[in-house]
Design a protein around this ligand. Structure first.
Ligand code: SF4
Length: 475
């Protein structure tokens, strides 16, 4: 298959399995023009290999089938947050956000505003076609007064729908952005100007000078119920009157590269441990074990999950810890998900845990049925649970609060549960690893270490005499 003109595109677009050179865009759509301008600019600037494009939700969602660069997809409206994270984690990457008016100007507008206010180090290419393209042409924040859309069949009215948002002008109220320009894709001279704006925004990223925002008035013949010529005419005669073209701000000559963020402490430094390298996985074949810890706020649920995750890390596994908070500071529901795996972890969200640790009855009622077949539920016996466990799920009752109370620290029931996990050798982790993780969690309160160590060891002894032998992998 003949290669496309610029090597900024993949040689073929294999979205449907079959190699093709066709994009999914409608004839006359502005996205194709803009994709081409951006990919050519990446190649001309020699930054294709260090560029990450944050793809939107919207008509351009499949951009990652086209751009031959780093690609990442963001949840609807969250591209600017994802781009922020990328620039913080990969300060030498060139990061671009590509978003439409629904994604950027509606659901994602606060993300946009805050990223611009912070002066994040990425370029945003904002496609304004005054409607939600992908979902059928609904009214967008930039829809014109009187414009007919699928949700404003009689035209947008100021009384009912408010006025169009002028995103460039709003961002121009902020201190931090370096460059803001509005362009049009309606004819060749305008496309050439758009090309220059893209290069400018990229140069600012190469020079690490800060936030650049370029808006493109872009034809959408499909949702404007016209053809390619009519769509361009609509931009020239109508859209550009509402959204005047031009450079609103160019502070590039005064902008300076920002200092790199201070290096983050390694996890060993953070936890005060030295047993594991942050970068070395000891057993890439270790199975993935997914945990849910649940109880009330104040029971140390989140800490318990954190310590379990740290035990996994000390054993050289990939780990994630993902908390859930109720609205109350104390006494509300608290839960967290932990994944421990020899392989990279796809998602920290755990819907069907292999191991559920319940510190109250409410958590049992809420999560027990979600445990994966073959899984395990560890329950504190503080509240009676007189229903059988779900089919193919084993339940182990541990008097965690009672044992902790006998040791003089009822709040350390979570330490008892940790000991039970250690005794059961969940995820194949050793008792020593759990204890090290536990002690490191008290780095800032060292006076509590002896007490928790004693409770942990007492609970281990209880487990030896009251529980069945350790379970086998994966749980
Ligand atoms: S619906 Fe509009 S924006 Fe979406 S691909 Fe078609 S022409 Fe382009």
């Amino acid at each position: 298959m003949k290669r496309l003109k610029t090597v900024g595109f993949y040689p073929s677009f294999d979205r449907s399995g079959e190699p093709t050179l066709d994009t999914h865009y409608c004839p006359g759509c502005g996205h194709g023009i803009l994709h081409k301008l951006i990919t050519e600019a990446l190649v001309e600037r020699g930054i294709q290999d260090r560029t990450i494009i944050v793809n939107p939700i919207g008509c351009a969602v499949f951009g990652y089938y086209y751009w031959d660069a780093g690609n990442i997809g963001a949840a609807h409206g969250r591209a600017q947050a994802v781009a922020t994270a990328l620039t913080r984690l990969l300060p030498h990457a060139i990061v671009l956000c590509y978003q439409g008016d629904g994604d950027l100007g509606a659901i994602g507008f606060n993300c946009t505003l805050q990223a611009a206010a912070r002066g994040e180090r990425f370029a945003t290419f904002f496609v304004n076609n005054a409607s939600y393209g992908m979902t059928g042409g609904q009214m967008a924040p930039t829809t014109l007064l009187g414009q007919v859309t699928s949700t404003t069949p009689h035209g947008r009215s100021a009384e009912n729908d408010g006025y169009p948002l002028h995103i460039c002008e709003i961002l121009n109220q902020l201190q931090a952005p370096v460059y803001i320009e509005r362009c049009s894709l309606a004819d060749t001279p305008r496309i050439m100007k758009a090309r220059r704006a893209i290069h400018k925004a990229l140069d600012l990223q190469i020079e690490d000078k800060g936030y650049a925002f370029v808006e493109f008035l872009s034809p959408c013949p499909t949702n404007w119920a016209t053809d390619a010529v009519g769509a361009n005419q609509f931009i020239l005669e109508t859209l550009e009157k509402e959204f005047p073209l031009g450079c609103l701000r160019d502070r590039s000559s005064d902008a300076h590269p920002r200092p790199l963020p201070p290096s983050r402490p390694s996890l060993n430094e953070y936890f005060g441990t030295s047993e594991a390298s942050d970068n070395i996985l000891s057993d890439p074949n270790a199975p993935e074990v997914r945990f849910k810890f649940a109880g009330f706020g104040g029971q140390g649920i989140l800490s318990l999950g954190m310590v379990a995750a740290e035990a996994g890390r000390l054993a050289g596994r990939n780990t994630t810890w993902f908390p859930f908070y109720g609205p109350e500071q104390r006494g509300g529901a608290a839960a967290c998900s932990v994944v421990i795996s020899g392989r990279p972890i796809g998602s920290p969200v755990v819907d069907h845990p292999d191991i559920l640790v319940c510190m109250n009855r409410y958590s049992y009622d809420r999560f027990a049925d979600s445990v994966a077949p073959g899984g395990l539920i560890l329950c504190d016996t503080l509240e009676t649970i007189n229903v059988p466990p779900p089919h193919q799920v084993r339940r182990v009752d541990v008097p965690a609060t009672e044992l902790a109370g006998q040791s003089g620290a009822v709040k350390a029931a979570n330490t008892v549960m940790l000991a039970a996990l250690a005794w059961l050798r969940v995820a194949g982790l050793s008792s020593a690893g759990f204890l090290t993780a536990l002690e490191s969690s008290f780095k800032r309160k060292p006076a509590l270490i002896p007490l928790n160590r004693r409770i942990f060891e007492t609970a281990l002894e209880w487990c030896k005499t009251h529980l069945a032998p350790p379970i086998s992998s994966p749980a």
